[in-house]
Design a protein around this ligand. Sequence first.
Ligand code: MN
Length: 317
Amino acid sequence: MSGPVSTKDTSDTAVPDVPTPTPTLEISDSRVAQVGHTMVRRALPRRTRRTVGAWCFADHLGPAAVTGDQGLDIGPHPHIGLQTVTWLIEGSLLHRDSLGYEQRVSPGQLNLMTSGGGIAHAEETSGTYVGGLHGIQLWVALPERTRHAEGGFEHHEDLPKLELDRAEVTVLTGEFAGQQSPARADTPLVGADLALRPGRTTLPLRADCEHALVVLDGAVSVGGDRQNSSIEPGALAYLGSGRDELGLEVREPTRAMLLGGEPFESPIVMWWNFVGRSREEISVAYKEWSAGTDRFGRVDSPLPRIDVGPPAWAVSG
Ligand code: MN
């Protein structure tokens, strides 16, 4: 589950996001994109918002029906400068990467791949799974300190859970309400699954972090002194920072993702499957993938590798 980022999503230059050091509620529509045979709703990046903490990408996948010939099959493709976080609430996906990991992921489990300076992977359903598929893939931008380092892969089946008012919270990565995920996190952040039952829940937040919500199923109202809006699938609700708690209200069982973290250290450039700091380094990564150099290794997958044309800025006019 991985979608290429294009200028339909965000600028391909290192423009910083507008800082929002205070609580806000900005609801932006996702862009509907096609990944394999499956429709996804891209909540992040958007033109006005490309990072929430280190989170820089959120593709809400499905709900979709996977059949024998209409699967979610993403052939080998490269990444730099990020972690991929794969989280399903229904279905199953098979991950294979250039480090040699082959790992099925199912609901309640986390697949976390760290690209470092270069990795490749494939995500497959065909031949291994038929049924409903519903989940989210997120990217975490790596800081300068680790973005050129070795890659890695982790699978976690035993993540911290806590009960909070009318919610069961699973901490995928980072820290939430005193619970620390065992997953590798290179910057202070939180990624949590919220299974909300009807009623009101108050989430404790770190005021020095910015946060956002993506609803996968159902609807949630964010209460505030001035605003009260319903957030539904197909939107990113950016909440700003400066909140030490967040009141949520739902009328029906709802699944949502809480994403947050300390504002990221620097503006990023995103193009295709790459996260960097300049067009130049992304052009180099593009050329190395196209040339099949050792940088990205090989993925043992029956699917064909994915190639694309060069970035627009690299095409001489
Ligand atoms: Mn990918």
